[in-house]
Design a protein around this ligand. Structure first.
Ligand code: UDX
Length: 423
């Protein structure tokens, strides 16, 4: 099929590349000329394992990037994959969605047949129906008999997005006309995952609910972890026992420094704002965010208990990305930790295998080390903030420290001299 993807960010690029890899003809529209250039030169503008291999196989054959909306009019289907960043009140900013919808509509003036416009971006329930549909139809001067609309959320984890795309647990397709939904189902013909067909708003809500539930599992586990810590119990032993109950499941019960990234914090906040607007007090969602907000400070408190006053002390912060396998620092739990350490007058030396350059944009004034060994040399204390598997092997490097005070925010070290945040 002929597919256009609007937005060459994380979701758009992974989706476009993976669709091309399954044999579809894909054009990615992106406003940033530098990104367009990179994609067309088979280089991935973001770090994602396996992505560049796909670009090497497909770019110049059945995948290309472009600044123009020309391909929309001849595409069977156009996916909107632009960002929905948070407004100041936590609600989702839909301005990129609106402008993409208008540009798609204008391009569809010239279209024949029954093109279908699909929202992949995470949007509040009702957005496809009340924002996208009217904007596209008004700019195209067409009716809903001539253009179809659908909602098809993504469930891609950064760092594991290619695998998640190829082996989804389910494919959710929301539409208000079966014909539009059928077109989306055709794109996924080669996938064996169960297909869930719903209305537009239900598909939008499935995405918000999935992320809110996963975030809830994490905050719940962190709260139990905080209790366990006080009672001298290892929360990982507890969750291993609890998670074997198939009604609960073991995944996303890893207690630690809390959740970061571009999705969970933003989506839970946005859902909470939606709830309030609908007249519902979102007690659970608020608690999920509150536990997450507080969790990083526990690390600093534990460090102070062991190291005393932090003023003038050299503290190594190991792990800056919001999780392993990515260079993304958005809402990383390292950010509030570094802020708090700076407030207390600590001298920080930070290290991450990939995310150093991105964190430098947030904290240009702190010291960055080229390796964990370099960061630990002479350090009075160390906080481990990201679950990079390679941190499991830094045991010997703790000998380089002035004092072997190590607080673990993620359960990753094999060294048993560290103190865990919840264990
Ligand atoms: C998430 C969703 O998993 C994905 O389906 C959605 O489409 C986008 O948002 P992502 O943000 O890339 O993906 O990462 P994820 O692996 O879900 O982790 C999010 C955060 O939760 C990370 O900071 C991670 O360290 C933390 N986490 C995860 C925990 O603290 N404990 C866990 O058990 C799992």
């Amino acid at each position: 099929m002929k597919i256009t993807i609007v937005g060459g960010g994380y979701v758009g690029l992974v989706t476009g590349a993976c669709f091309a890899d399954t044999g579809h003809d894909v054009t990615i529209i992106e406003v940033d000329p530098a990104k367009v250039g990179m994609i067309n030169e088979k280089k991935a503008p973001i770090f994602e394992p396996g992505l560049e291999d796909i670009l090497l196989r497909t770019t110049g054959k059945n995948l290309r990037a472009s600044l123009s909306y020309d391909s929309v009019s001849t595409s069977d289907i156009t996916f909107i994959c632009v960002g929905t960043p948070p407004n100041e009140d936590g609600s989702a900013n839909l301005s990129y969605i609106e402008s993409a919808s208008r540009s798609i509509g204008t391009a569809l003036q010239a279209a024949a047949g029954y093109p279908v416009v699909v929202i992949k971006s995470t949007v509040p329930p009702g957005t496809t129906e009340t924002v996208v549909r009217p904007a596209v139809l008004a700019s195209a001067h067409k009716t809903e008999d001539e253009i179809g609309f659908a909602m098809n959320p993504e469930f891609l984890r950064e760092g594991r997005a290619i695998g998640d795309f190829r082996n989804p647990d389910r494919i959710v397709i929301g539409s208000n006309r079966p014909r539009a939904g059928d077109r989306v189902a055709e794109v996924y013909q080669k996938f064996s995952a169960p297909v869930v067909r719903t209305g537009l708003a239900a598909a939008e809500m499935i995405k918000y609910t999935s992320n809110a539930f996963l975030a809830t599992k994490i905050s719940f586990s962190n709260e139990i972890g905080n209790i366990c810590k006080e009672l001298g119990i290892d929360v990982y032993e507890v969750m291993n026992g609890v998670g074997l109950d198939q009604r609960i499941g073991r995944k996303f019960l890893d207690a630690g420094a809390g959740f970061g990234g571009s999705c969970f914090p933003k989506d839970v906040s946005s859902l909470a704002v939606l709830a309030v607007r609908a007249g519902i007090d979102p007690k659970i969602l608020r608690a999920v965010l509150e536990v997450n907000e507080f969790q990083p400070y526990r690390l600093v408190t534990l460090l102070e208990k062991k190291a005393g006053n932090l003023s003038g002390k050299r503290i190594a912060v190991i792990g800056l990305a919001f999780k392993d396998n990515t260079d993304d620092v958005r809402d990383s739990r390292s950010i509030p930790v570094i802020q708090e350490l700076l407030k207390k007058g600590a001298r920080i030396v930070a290290f991450d295998p990939m995310a150093g350059p991105n964190m430098k944009k947030v904290f240009p004034g702190i010291e960055y080390a080229g390796s964990s060994g370099e960061a630990l040399k002479g350090a009075d204390g160390c906080l481990v903030m990201t679950e990079w598997p390679e941190f499991g092997r830094i045991d010997k490097e703790f000998d380089l420290m002035a004092h072997k005070i190590v607080i673990e925010g993620r359960r990753i070290l094999s060294w048993n001299g560290a103190e865990g945040i919840c264990w």
